[in-house]
Write a protein that binds this ligand. Structure first.
Ligand code: PQQ
Length: 361
């Protein structure tokens, strides 16, 4: 990668900019080139895409998510001192998590599963577009091969991501009935992680870009990164929106999905809940603390059920947003227990309540 990447505004950047001017120039690159401006994102956020087009986005972006910690590990390896490494390594923890089932990659897998994919299909990265792979790999190579300043500056797109994330989450929740808050949980953490990371990177760039050449290099790196993001959306648009030319080997709608099953009914006719279901209390049913009897009860029209501590812990998390799996994970975290064991137990309990018609999905 020796070819110089074209730098914006070459005339203007012949002179040394003040740190404030440099920041303004970097922000201006984002204002003109960040992927919030791409037509695919406009369609995604405005609810104009089909479920399959949203699936194509989720599947392809998984590759970006999966490679971000690889990129950060390459950068970390180049940092000369422990204080910088200590800060940068947090990014790897954020994406990989501290243990199985934790971290951003895992949350993106949940997003992909939430729109219908089988986890193994997503993990295999079989169906992603070659252009996605090429642009994401180009980012990893860039960070490995360019100067440290350029490597760090290329992450500065994160300065602009909180705005697009808020817009995306609000737009998708409003416009797609198959998207839940839980499916988009990935983005919750990014709203605090991205500004923290961007503040550090921006401060580093402002302090280390001390000549016009270095400032141009930093701007070039950010421009390059904007194209990494933009190109991925170009590829999605071309393959899945217009003209809709899906390359051989890329994901075809229908592939890699979990079969959607009809609701299973228990003998009494009540719907039987499975792990992926999102339970909620039916209208007119609510949990209450009964002062006189000093215990929690479930109040239903003309009926009351006593609740033990376990039932209270579970029902406190039944909010019509969380799935049974999510509830089990949350309890597992609180009680430091195995999520799968809890899931099995709470399914029995929830199905018992469903049979009594005081719980539904
Ligand atoms: O949703 C988005 O639009 C968006 C954008 C970006 C970005 O601007 O690079 C990142 C992310 N998300 C993200 O989730 C993420 O983990 C991330 C890491 C990086 C990076 O360059 O190190 N960018 C981004």
């Amino acid at each position: 990668m020796n070819a110089a990447f074209p730098n914006p505004g070459a005339d203007e950047t012949q002179r040394l900019l003040s740190p404030e001017e440099l920041e303004a120039a970097l922000r201006d690159i984002g204002a003109r080139r960040y992927h919030n401006l791409h037509p695919f994102h406009r369609l995604l956020h405005d609810g104009k895409l089909s479920k399959d087009q949203v699936r194509a986005w989720a599947l392809n972006r998984y590759y970006y998510q999966a490679m971000i910690p690889v990129k950060d590990a390459a950068l970390l390896a180049r940092l000369p001192d422990a204080s910088l490494r200590r800060i940068w390594r947090q990014r790897i923890v954020d994406h990989d998590g501290d243990h199985e089932g934790d971290g951003g990659i895992e949350r993106w897998l949940k997003l992909a599963e939430g729109v219908g994919f089988a986890r193994d299909y997503v993990l295999s990265t079989k169906g992603i577009l070659s252009a996605t792979r090429f642009s994401v790999d180009a980012y990893v190579h860039f960070v490995s091969e360019r100067s440290l300043l350029e490597a760090i500056a290329s992450s500065l797109t994160e300065m602009f991501s909180p705005t697009i994330i808020s817009e995306r989450v609000a737009g998708m929740l409003k416009n797609y009935d198959f998207i839940t808050k839980e499916t988009l949980a990935y983005f919750d953490k990014r709203l605090t992680q991205a500004p923290r990371d961007a503040d550090f990177a921006l401060d580093y760039v402002k302090r280390h870009a001390t000549t016009p050449e270095l400032q141009r290099a930093a701007m070039g790196a950010l421009t390059f990164k904007c194209t990494v993001l933009w190109t991925q959306l170009d590829a999605l648009y071309f393959a899945y929106v217009a003209p809709g030319m899906i390359p051989p080997d890329a994901w075809q709608p229908g592939e890699g999905l979990v079969q959607e099953t009809a609701p299973v009914r228990a003998p009494g006719g009540a719907v039987k809940l499975v792990a992926g279901d999102v339970p909620r209390l039916p209208r007119g049913v609510r949990m209450r603390f009964d002062q006189a009897r000093d215990k929690h009860v479930l109040l239903a029209p003309e009926r009351t059920f006593d609740l033990d501590d376990n039932a209270v812990a579970v029902l406190s998390l039944v909010d019509g947003q969380r799935s049974v799996t999510r509830i089990a994970e949350q309890l597992a975290e609180t009680y430091a227990a195995d999520a799968k064991v809890i899931e099995t137990d709470i399914l029995v309990m929830l199905n018992d309540l469903a049979e009594k018609r005081v719980l539904e999905r």
